[in-house]
Design a protein around this ligand. Structure first.
Ligand SMILES: Cc1cc2nc3c(=O)[nH]c(=O)nc-3n(C[C@H](O)[C@H](O)[C@H](O)COP(=O)(O)OP(=O)(O)OC[C@H]3O[C@@H](n4cnc5c(N)ncnc54)[C@H](O)[C@@H]3O)c2cc1C
Length: 559
């Protein structure tokens, strides 16, 4: 149900810290904007990957788009590890909206060939569990392989990827205004948005999309932030890019026997209180990038504590975990560490009269499980067809967009359930070992559902299939929500001290078994298997199972 909204005129004088010391001279894209160029159908504020992807699609469909950013390209951006849902959605965007230039971003090989030689491959999600001042144990490690015969995910060197997508938006006709600071903004429910730049130019647009990310102009200036956030997850991060990071495979004090090299994927060093990501860009023959993205995310008391300088905090962390430290013996940061405040924020409304926030502007949960890009592209997918139709029909009524709010709020809550439950599970390996199965089950079925819809679309060309899919009202989607809700309530009981981690693990294991998400021959269906890898034959057998013997709600979806 859409929330009731008041119709209002929003206006504010903006104080963007990025703009404060900037000269009023405009360094925007090559095009000089004349007064007749100042009227647009859609203004996209924020030319990051979400804003640029949306602008490319809209411009491709002859919507008159303005794409404004206070910064420029190329520039550093975080959010580097892709997941199948993100890249599959990118593939959907490329075909559904006929923007073939987006297709190379749907798999590592094409990205490396057509977009950038600075990205890494992601052939697995690796999780190695650590206890402070104790050697790691071989039986406390998990890996979910992305089978090479199926696909290869990527470690995006974002400055290249974002520049590429931005350039495509401009190529299709979006009018770029980089290095452009907005000093005043007005949104009128009847006439749309008016944007004034600090250099004195004025732009109008029928509709305003705020893709400015965590400093969302509209959310923060017009009071859309939920205070306090409803997120249960509470964490903060420090991150940088490093050179000289040793592959964990080469320095680990023991052999784990996992199917894929840790360094060929995104490695999560997990411990009670947080996790460390290692995202190599240097892990493929085609890569010319010697760097790794490294980030430490902390929860609990450490998330609240006064912070030391991030390099010192990282060094302290390494002292507590000597096995992890081996990876960083010769590593050096090549750019200053970024130390964030609390990562979580949310919005009461992500859609209003004549405006919409994209996913990262609306809210964020955590880097854990790399869901940010997936959420961003899902929002773009839901927003693009609505905006194209609104521009064609000259009808920008809010009712057309409320579905986007429902999608974004749901994405936020599901990610929060996953991240919150995982942080609780980090306290005890047995619980974490089950929580990984919860995440993998969710991860697998949500992507499989999208892939199924996409394949039917490719056969029929029926766009309605995507509109049905985005409503997430299938029995399968309900199963996923129930699974995450069970994980959350179980972990909340652990948090309150009402349940031991062992009992919580048993509860979740029972839910997975009773739900029959997996046949027993699949690795996820075997309680003792910690490395999930399937071959094509097993996968074919499994896909047949989803149509024949699986529980009804799974069968119905894939029939
Ligand atoms: C620590 C961390 C780790 C993450 N790791 C992952 C990961 O591994 N995988 C994953 O999928 N996601 C990850 N994410 C999420 C990911 O970063 C986001 O999903 C993604 O970057 C969102 O892209 P965007 O274009 O919406 O926002 P951004 O990339 O933030 O782009 C926003 C743009 O708006 C511009 N802007 C800002 N303010 C203004 C203004 N006032 N006026 C004009 N322009 C403005 C900025 O210059 C920028 O270009 C991570 C997030 C964090 C915080």
């Amino acid at each position: 149900m859409a929330r009731p909204r008041t119709r209002r005129r929003l206006a504010a004088r903006l104080r963007n810290p990025q703009c404060r010391n900037r000269s009023h001279r405009n360094h925007a894209g090559s095009r000089t904007v004349t007064p007749t160029d100042s009227k647009f159908e859609v203004a996209v504020l924020g030319a990051g990957i979400a804003g640029s992807t949306l602008a490319a699609i809209l411009a491709r469909h002859e919507v008159k788009v303005l794409l404004i950013d206070s910064g420029t390209h190329p520039r550093f951006a975080i959010g580097e590890s892709t997941i199948p849902y993100a890249t599959s959605t990118m593939h959907v965007l490329a075909e559904r909206y006929r923007v073939p230039e987006l297709a190379p971003l749907s798999n590592f090989k094409d990205t490396a060939t057509h977009v950038s030689t600075m990205c890494g491959q992601k052939q697995n999600f690796g999780f190695v569990y650590h206890e402070p001042d104790a050697p790691p144990a071989a039986e406390k490690a998990n890996q979910v392989m992305v089978p090479i015969w199926w696909r290869t995910e990527a470690h995006w060197f974002r400055q290249d990827i974002d520049t590429y997508v931005f350039n495509q938006a401009v190529r299709y006709g979006a009018v770029p205004r980089l290095n452009t600071c907005i000093s005043d903004i007005g949104v009128d429910p009847h006439s749309g948005a008016e944007l004034r730049t600090s250099s004195g130019e004025t732009f109008t647009a029928e509709y305003l999309v705020d893709a400015t990310g965590f400093r969302s102009v509209l959310a923060e200036r017009f009071g859309l932030r939920e205070v306090p956030t409803r997120a249960r997850t509470h964490s903060r991060s420090l991150f940088t890019h490093m050179i000289g990071v040793e592959p964990y495979d080469d320095v680990a004090p023991l052999r784990y026997g996992q199917p894929s090299r840790w360094h060929d994927g995104t490695l999560h060093h997990v411990f009670d209180g947080g996790w460390l990501w290692v995202i190599p860009f240097d892990n493929h023959d085609s890569s010319k990038n010697p760097l790794c993205s490294v980030g430490l995310t902390l929860t609990g008391a450490a998330a609240l504590a006064d912070r030391e300088a991030p390099d010192k905090e990282f060094a302290d962390f390494l002292r507590r975990f000597p096995a992890v430290a081996e990876q960083f013996r010769t590593a050096k940061a090549v750019r200053p560490w970024v130390s964030t405040g609390r990562l979580q924020y949310s919005a009461t409304d992500t859609v209003g009269d004549r405006f919409c926030l994209t996913a990262q502007s609306a809210g964020a949960v955590d880097a854990l499980f790399s869901r940010g890009l997936a959420n961003s592209f899902q929002t773009v997918n839901a927003l693009a067809w609505r905006l194209i139709a609104a521009a064609r029909e000259k009808d920008w009524s809010t009712e057309r967009f409320v579905g986007v709010d429902a999608i974004q709020q749901r994405m936020f809550d599901m990610h929060d359930d996953l991240a919150y439950s995982s942080y609780v599970a980090f306290r005890d390996y047995d619980l974490w070992n089950v929580m990984i199965r919860v995440w993998d089950t969710f991860n697998f079925y949500t992507e499989a559902a999208l892939a199924h819809t996409f394949s039917r679309y490719q056969t029929t060309g029926d766009d309605e299939l995507f509109r049905t899919h985005e409503r997430l009202d299938s029995g399968l989607a309900a199963m996923m929500r129930e699974l995450l809700a069970t994980a959350r309530t179980t972990c909340e009981a652990v948090d309150r001290g009402e349940l031991t981690p062992g009992d919580a693990a048993a509860t979740l294991r029972a839910h997975l078994e009773q739900g029959r998400f997996w046949p027993t021959y699949m690795p996820q269906g075997k309680p003792d298997t910690r490395y999930f890898y399937t071959n094509p034959d097993l996968t074919t057998q499994f896909m047949y199972w989803t149509r024949t013997e699986a529980p009804q709600r799974i069968r119905e979806y894939f029939a």
